[in-house]
Design a protein around this ligand. Structure first.
Ligand code: THU
Length: 297
């Protein structure tokens, strides 16, 4: 849906996918299909220039959006199918809603200010800009509230709630404990909950899911990893694992699976529900390990 152009070298690898999914979430919520947008990720100097030339505003900003559709007053994309169809591009088969320009310098500063990742901030700015392209604005308090609510819903769909910024070890562990209630462990009665944090700030939970064949049982950690990878997250910074009866340190298979997607040395937080937790690093739990970079295919 997004045609992203970026000549910035330190763009996080997970950002384009998160931006794409942020845009898709907005369009899904708005009920529009087969639409696209052009995105340019630039530095402060370039966005300043564009802001001056296009809008007569002589300063840099975090994000600019230039809608191609002129919505009727008070209308958004939802009720404007005919107007949107005019923007049809036969090459891509999409109707282009407009252009977005994002300053990576501003995004980086804002990410730092809010204590979350740069990828997440780029995702948020994309959702904000897509809403503008869909006819939303924040001129009046009531319009601002409507746009804010849509932003929150879109970010929630991506698993990025505003509270994510506060996902410290305790919060990850609490989320893992909560998952104990979903565990399906009729054979061992050993319930396990997990909460995995991705580099882009998203968190994914999991629980153990046993099977009458026993061998088909899936551990809580791998359940969380499967949910995360299937949602496009592949680099993890931490995992919390909670046991009901006792702390549940990850089994060997789970250590190896976590090793595959570890962003640096992954932090492992382990404890028992209602008790304290301990932390270790994956390197400590799986020293001298074998990983993707050992296979040069
Ligand atoms: N289990 C996990 O969920 N994670 C681990 O790392 C260790 C074991 C689960 C699998 C099974 O349902 C139960 O604990 C007993 O082995």
């Amino acid at each position: 849906m997004l045609d992203i152009e970026c000549c910035i070298s330190d763009m996080p690898a997970s950002a384009p996918d998160l931006m794409e999914r942020a845009a898709q979430a907005v369009c899904r919520l708005e009920g529009v299909e087969n639409v696209g947008a052009y995105v340019r990720v630039v530095d402060d100097e370039t966005i300043h220039e564009i802001n001056r030339e296009q809008r007569g505003v002589d300063r840099p900003t975090d994000v600019l959006s230039f809608p191609s559709v002129r919505y009727r007053p008070g209308e958004t994309a939802r009720g404007s199918a005919a107007l949107i169809r005019r923007e049809y591009d036969p090459d891509s088969g999409l109707c282009f809603l407009g252009d977005i320009v994002i300053s990576i310098d501003r995004a980086r500063a804002q990410a730092q200010e809010f204590g979350h990742s740069l990828a997440r901030e780029l995702g948020y700015l994309t959702a904000h800009a897509m809403l503008h392209l869909c006819g939303y604005d924040h001129m009046t308090d009531s319009d601002k509230a409507k746009m804010r609510a849509m932003e929150d819903r879109a970010m929630r769909e991506l698993g990025l709630t505003r509270e994510d910024a506060a996902y410290d070890d305790q919060a990850l562990f609490d989320a893992a404990c909560k998952m104990l209630d979903s565990a399906y462990a009729p054979y061992s009665h050993f319930r396990v909950g997990a909460c995995l944090q991705a580099e882009d700030g998203r968190v994914f939970t999991g629980c153990n899911i046993e099977n009458a064949s026993l061998g088909a049982t899936i551990c809580a950690e791998r359940c969380a990893v499967s949910k995360a990878v299937s949602e496009g997250a592949r680099r993890f910074t931490a995992i919390a694992i909670a046991g009901d009866e006792k702390p549940a340190w990850p089994c060997g298979i789970c250590r190896q699976v976590l090793r595959e997607f570890a962003a640096g040395d992954l932090r492992v937080i382990v404890g028992q529900r209602g008790g304290a937790f301990e932390t270790a690093t994956l390197e400590e739990l799986l020293p001298r390990s074998f990983g993707p970079e050992d296979l040069t295919i």
